[in-house]
Design a protein around this ligand. Structure first.
Ligand code: G1P
Length: 289
């Protein structure tokens, strides 16, 4: 059976980034750099690698740096050319005409509301959601792996990663059914369950492939955990009506919305680099001794 291809990706980027103040006072948190690229670029590259043709940013006030980042900088390029400098560092930032698209989330009503803000551009086709705070390092990328799984099962495919029992109250949690390799049937979903009540320790990382029906559910979705309109609550209503699976990533997840996670991402990715890896490794060893 062939399923409609996933061509569009929604990237919610309207959040204020209060956990990273003062760094994020005048700069979007998505522009925080891991080695030499802003977080947002990792998410966009992961989406493009997975065959996504259109990126939809759900943005807010004070986020214009993101639009500039994915635009052409004539002044910069001309100057670099005139000085005989390579433009290779700017590769991958140009996208096809018509992509990216920016829509505004005017009120911080929650992730479900942010995704719903993209409904008119998503239209009547399956779409991906990527939360750029989470940097997923793997080959192929997380979304590519999920798209491959989606080609086999269709419906909705969301990330599914194990966390410690003490962490389950921070995330959307999956009630697992049958397991087929990296795929797990999802029988229920709960957003940020109270300590000791989680149905499993399979959390939902910020990667989703969803059917457009979720947009209709979000239309009337009541507020849930934290007084916010939760994507998890809307997704839960699709279970039983459409295929719904979790996919366990072969790779590493860094929560760059968290200071320790952000430092870990920088260290791990720096160590993998051919140019700076050896120097950083030597420094890290000396520091720990
Ligand atoms: C959001 C989702 C949650 C998911 C998490 C992943 O929560 O609501 O289901 O597990 O992202 O990072 P937030 O981190 O916005 O509170």
């Amino acid at each position: 059976m062939t399923f409609k291809p996933v061509r569009k990706a929604v990237l919610p980027v309207a959040g204020l980034g209060t956990r990273f103040l003062p760094a994020t006072k005048a700069m979007p948190k998505e522009m925080l750099t891991v080695v030499d690229k802003p977080l947002i670029q990792y998410a966009v590259e992961e989406a493009l690698e997975a065959g996504i043709e259109q990126i939809i940013f759900v943005t807010g006030r004070n986020k214009s740096a993101l639009e500039d980042h994915f635009d052409i900088s004539y002044e910069l390029e001309d100057t670099m050319r005139a000085r005989g400098k390579s433009l290779s560092a700017l590769e991958g930032l140009r996208q096809k005409p018509g992509s990216p698209v920016y829509v505004r989330q005017q009120e911080p009503l929650g992730l479900g509301h942010a995704v719903w803000c993209a409904r008119d551009i998503v239209g009547d086709e399956p779409f991906a959601v990527l939360l750029p705070d989470e940097l997923m390092a793997g080959t192929p990328g997380f979304l590519s792996q999920m798209v491959e799984a989606y080609r086999q099962v269709g419906g909705n495919v969301i990330g599914a990663l194990e966390v410690a029992d003490s962490e389950t109250d921070k995330y959307g949690i999956i009630s697992p059914g049958k397991v087929y390799g990296r795929l797990t049937e999802v029988t229920a979903l709960v957003e940020k369950p109270a300590r000791g009540t989680a149905p499993s320790n399979l959390m939902i990382p910020g990667r989703y492939i969803l059917q457009p029906e979720v947009m209709r559910i979000l239309e009337t979705q009541e507020k849930g955990a934290g007084g916010e309109i939760q994507l998890t609550d809307a997704m839960a209503q699709l279970i039983g009506r459409q295929p719904f699976h979790g996919y366990t990533f072969d790779g590493a997840r860094y929560d760059c919305g968290d200071k320790a996670g952000y430092i870990q991402a920088n260290l791990a990715l720096a160590l993998q680099r051919e140019d700076i890896g050896p120097v950083v490794r030597e420094f890290a060893r000396a520091l720990l001794n």
